[in-house]
Design a protein around this ligand. Sequence first.
Ligand code: ZN
Ligand code: FE
Length: 251
Amino acid sequence: MLEVHQFPCLSDNYGYLLHDSESGETAAIDTPDADEYLEQAKAKGWTITHIWNTHWHPDHAGGNGDIAKAVGAKIVAPQEVEKLSSIDQVVSHGDTVTLGSHTAQVIDVSGHTNGHVAFNFPDSGIAFVGDSVFALGCGRMFEGEPKQFWDSLQRIKAFSEDTVLYCAHEYTQANAAFALHADPDNPELQAYAAEIEDKRSRGEWTVPTVLKRELATNPFLRADDPALQARWGGDAPHETFAAIRAGKDNF
Ligand code: ZN
Ligand code: FE
């Protein structure tokens, strides 16, 4: 059985430790803060055996070296992570990685950066998506192209709709404000945004989210919806996506 231990770190990241109780293996999903990860693992009585990086940004791979040095964890990462640390096993789209008897599919979700992957566990109904998709948002397009990013989001949309999405940041409140601007007549979005306001006013987390809800409300996943195409333009969905992404960048 897989257990996800989630904790806030840095200013708005979430850290994740994924533990398999049968084998005793523990994966650090990204490494925003080595000390925090090591402390959290210690408090759980776990030893980090693997590091799985989603992409090379320092708030995702910056702690690789210190964690590997402290506990000898094996670094599993897309090639681009070599900008920040050594890699023991390079992964890319179509690969699988295992924690005990649990298998994750490595999915290309590039667009925020090149070489951005998600780790999807179809049998457990959970996925670690880094900065590709957020609750009501998606990552800023630093290195990718709109078509590439849109195609990445299609791969996430193809996960089972009950999949629990573990995103890497608590950006939801700001995302909700933009989503309401992007898609003002969506009643499900309005209800979701009100719930988010409520949760954040009590200091509660809005992550993880569930794919089904994002499919109905997240404007970046809905760039092929007629209402969004009419409002944001574009002949093809990736063009509408590009317009919405640019709208968020300037919101
Ligand atoms: Zn990032
Ligand atoms: Fe990030």
